[in-house]
Design a protein around this ligand. Structure first.
Ligand code: FES
Length: 137
C-alpha cells in the first residue's frame, strides 16, 4: 500500500468514526467558523492542573476539518497545556510546508498533504485554532 493511500484511509476513518465527539460538562467552550465556507466547530476543553484532562468536539464541516478535529482530540488528551500548544505549533509548521518532527506529530502526519492545497489549510487548522484559544482562555 502506498503511503498516500494509507494517509487517505486514516483521514477517512477519523471522518467516518470521529473520536471524542460530544459535550463535556463544565468545560471551556470555543466556537469557531471557517469564514470561507461557513463550516463550524465547537470545541470543549477541560483543563485540570495545567493538563488537558478531556476534550470533545462537535461540528459540521468537510472531511479534512472533521478528521483533523478528531485526530487533534486524540493527540492532545492527557497532555500538559504547554505540550498541547507545542504540538499545535508543530502541526501549523507542517501546514506551512516547513520541516517538522515526525515523532512528535505521529499519526497527524497523515494530514501533511493538505499543505499543498492552500485553500484547504484553514480546514485542517480550524480545530487547532480552537484548541489554542481554549488553552489560553
Ligand atoms: Fe469548510 Fe473545509 S470546506 S472547513
Amino acid at each position: 500500500m502506498q503511503l498516500s493511500e494509507l494517509y487517505r484511509q486514516v483521514i477517512m476513518d477519523h471522518y467516518q468514526n470521529p473520536r471524542n465527539q460530544g459535550d463535556l460538562e463544565g468545560a471551556i467552550t470555543v466556537e469557531l467558523r471557517n469564514p470561507s465556507c461557513g463550516d463550524e466547530i465547537s470545541l470543549q476543553l477541560k483543563v485540570t492542573g495545567g493538563v488537558v484532562e478531556d476534550v470533545r468536539f462537535r461540528g459540521s464541516g468537510c472531511s479534512i476539518s472533521m478528521a483533523s478535529a478528531s485526530m487533534m482530540t486524540e493527540a492532545v488528551k492527557g497532555l500538559p497545556v504547554d505540550e498541547a500548544l507545542a504540538l499545535s505549533n508543530a502541526f501549523r509548521a507542517m501546514m506551512r510546508g516547513e520541516s517538522f518532527d515526525e515523532d512528535q506529530l505521529g499519526e497527524l502526519e497523515a494530514l501533511q498533504g493538505v499543505s499543498k492545497f492552500p485553500a484547504r489549510i484553514k480546514c485542517a487548522t480550524l480545530a487547532w485554532q480552537a484548541l489554542e484559544k481554549g488553552c489560553k482562555a
